[in-house]
Design a binder for this molecule. Sequence first.
Ligand SMILES: C[S@@+](CC[C@H](N)C(=O)[O-])C[C@H]1O[C@@H](n2cnc3c(N)ncnc32)[C@H](O)[C@@H]1O
Length: 332
Amino acid sequence: MYSKAVKYKKKTKKRPQMVRELQAEYQVATLPMEENQLGPVINKIICGDSGELLRKLPSNFVHLIITSPPYFGCRSYGNETLGREESPLDYVNNLLRFTIELKRVLHKEGSFYLNIGDVYFGTKGFIRNKGRYARKTDIHYKEHKIIKPDGKYLQYKQLLMLPERVAMGMQEQGWVLRNKIIWEKPNPVPSYSPDRRYPVYEHIFHFVKSRRYYFDLEIAKKLNNHRDIYRNGIEPFKEHQASYPVSLIKPLILTTSKENDIVLDPFMGSGTTAVAAILNNRRFIGLEINQGFCKIAEERIKETQSLINNRLHLQDKQLNWSKSYDEKQIIF
Ligand SMILES: C[S@@+](CC[C@H](N)C(=O)[O-])C[C@H]1O[C@@H](n2cnc3c(N)ncnc32)[C@H](O)[C@@H]1O
């Protein structure tokens, strides 16, 4: 029974395809400073610290969460602190502060996909024997002050097992881990070392918060997405070098949410999750701390929306369907 699609209690009205697509209309918003006066947040990028913003969202209301947080000690995006801790264990604890809040906002039959990569202790990007950094972006690593090695867990060359540590912490929070998906990249960012194999994959953990949750195995099979290893190239988007591809998350959206459901990304970056949600008739909420990325995401979403609208316009001409829609945005 659990592997079949489990219906949410709330029924959604079936509407013609074109009208459903229009529901993903996009608006920009910034939150008022006062607690409990958020205004509408659906189909918006909200610029701010998701640690704070999540606390203002109601419980049990988003149907799906897909996200990729900053990785420990990797690139710095600007004003964030997550990932810039001195100790990898502080990073795990900080990330777990977000996941406990995400558990609260997630619908009880919803899912959470967490994409997270591992790192080696202390050496990222630095070519030791040449005393320089391998890539232009590696300058970010230079600025990251990292705790001194302790000869045990904290040793140079140590693969830190951060995805596993976060996942185990989440299990302690009561999350149920359903799949540990391996995302294999045919074109990974080069990470050469003469004394180990090339790292070519990242984790995508599929977590739920109860034993009954929405999952459509038949759609997963149709999309060839029913096994726990994916092979999908990376596609950096403009200035955001760490974006994941729409093609990677589209099947996650289609198998684990229904049309018109709300998809949340608390580390929205360039807006990939929102774009995938819009293209698949889902609503979205995007949280992002970096003003520059908020702008990139907003523009990208507008472009996606106008593509859809152009398509609708053409279809309208052919079919003479009404373009009106009755979407009510959630206000709380
Ligand atoms: C790995 S990137 C996400 C990329 C995204 N999946 C995409 O496809 O573009 C992580 C993002 O989290 C943002 N971030 C870091 N700390 C944050 C926080 N406390 N609140 C909101 N966003 C944060 C960073 O600015 C960065 O854009």
